[in-house]
Design a protein. Structure first.
Length: 194
C-alpha cells in the first residue's frame, strides 16, 4: 500500500514536470519542486503562471507583426518652395499646370496658386513613395539575410516531434512539442545524417 502511494506521488510529480515542459518551463526543475513541495501545489502554480511556450513560439518565428501603414505626410515648406520656383522659372509640369489652369478658369494668379498646392502635394507623395521603397528594400534585405543565416546553420531533428531545427536551438519551436534542450540530462537534438 505504501509503495503504490509513493508510486502515485512520483507519477504526479512526473506529470507536473511534463506539463511544465509543455508550458515552456524547465520540466526537471518543476519535477523536483513537486517532490519537495507537493505535486498539487506544483500543478496549481503552473496553472497560475504564464504559458511561456506561446511566447517562445512567437520569438522563434521572428515575432512578425502586422503594422498599420503610415499615412503619407503632407507637403513640407520645401515642397511649396520648389513648386513656386518651378512656376517662376517656367519649368512647370505640363499635366499639373493644365489641370490647375483649367480649374482656375483662365485666371493666371489662381492657376499659380492651384499649381503650387498640387505640385507640393505631388512632391510630398514622391518623397513618401521613395521612403516606402527604401523601407521595403530594407525589410526584404533583412528577411533575405535572416533566411540565408538560418539556412547556413547546422540542422538536426527534435527527438520528440521530428521537426528540423538548428542544432543550437534551446527549445523546439513547435507549440505542441516544446521540448527543451537546455537541461544537462534532457533531450538532445539529433544531427541530420546520423
Amino acid at each position: 500500500m505504501i509503495f503504490s502511494g509513493f508510486f502515485f506521488f512520483l507519477l504526479l510529480c512526473v506529470g507536473a514536470g511534463i506539463w511544465a515542459s509543455n508550458r515552456g518551463r524547465f520540466g526537471v526543475g518543476w519535477f523536483f519542486i513537486s517532490i519537495i513541495v507537493s505535486p498539487v501545489i506544483g500543478f496549481i502554480l503552473l496553472a497560475v503562471l504564464k504559458d511561456l511556450s506561446k511566447d517562445t513560439a512567437e520569438f522563434v518565428s521572428g515575432g512578425q507583426t502586422n503594422r498599420a501603414p503610415v499615412p503619407p505626410p503632407g507637403p513640407a515648406d520645401d515642397d511649396y518652395a520648389v513648386a513656386l520656383e518651378e512656376v517662376s522659372n517656367g519649368q512647370r509640369k505640363a499635366g499639373i499646370w493644365a489641370k490647375a489652369f483649367t480649374d482656375a478658369v483662365g485666371d493666371k494668379d489662381r492657376a499659380v496658386a492651384l499649381y503650387t498646392a498640387r505640385r507640393a502635394q505631388d512632391l510630398a507623395d514622391e518623397r513618401s513613395r521613395r521612403a516606402a521603397d527604401e523601407l521595403r528594400q530594407t525589410e526584404e534585405g533583412r528577411a533575405l539575410l535572416a533566411q540565408q543565416t538560418y539556412d547556413a546553420l547546422p540542422k538536426g531533428t527534435c527527438p520528440n516531434c521530428g521537426t528540423v531545427i538548428p542544432l543550437d536551438s534551446p527549445i523546439c519551436p513547435q507549440p505542441k512539442c516544446g521540448a527543451s534542450f537546455d537541461a544537462p540530462d534532457g533531450w538532445r537534438i539529433k544531427p541530420l545524417g546520423t
